[in-house]
Design a protein around this ligand. Sequence first.
Ligand code: G3P
Ligand code: MG
Length: 255
Amino acid sequence: MPNTRQKWPYPTWIAHRGAGRLAPENTLAAFRLGAAHGFHMMEYDVKLTADDVPILLHDDTLERTSSGQGRAADFRYAELARHDFGSWHSPAYAGEPVATLYSIAAYTRANSIHSNIEIKPTPGMETHTGERIAQLAQQLWVGAELPPLLSSFSEKALAAARDAVPELPRALLIEEELPPDWRDRALWLRCSGLNLNDRYTTPEIIQQIRDAGLSVAVWTVNDVARARQLLGWGCHAVITDEVQAMSPAKPADCN
Ligand code: G3P
Ligand code: MG
């Protein structure tokens, strides 16, 4: 395998949304489960409440992953904290509370887990969300061994993060096919890497990104053979829901 370590100081295996398939995504319970399977890095989605509290939530709205209804951005944290973010997944997780970036920073730092914070702004709040999450990440990870990697599909949010805290590493998330002007976009945002959709990732694309001096992580990779193929092509990390099959604690399978 190519020597990829300089561009990517983080682990190779990243649990998606905590360990968001076997436990309710983006909750502390999911992080505990991912950690129990040996993951030392988690990807998770962060957005802001009406009173500017950074919470972990994938969707703009509450319905799919909580007992609440409506847009998360329309509620204050105290209102969201009353809801159940676990029962939708399974009875074992009934009553799981909404996670905040504060509690997740405390948990991950105490357990030597690295972070890929996906900035997932509510539409219309891109600039403020990017700026605030970057500022909070800088404060919450002060003195950490490695800073969190900030990523986003929103270039507005990444630009705001860049302007607020230029020294935090950033990755541009690419939703579908790699756009022809990806180099210019990454350069303008001063990104250290690209996080690609597995569906559109080829060895040629990985090589081009590596040749540009950038890191490449791929999501969401749920097949061990595919993960091995991507790593063999020179990709630096894979983001997975399959925390059992791809557990870094099972080196024979994964490393
Ligand atoms: O950050 C990688 C991946 O999480 C992006 O897609 O929709 O799962 O947040 P999504
Ligand atoms: Mg995500």
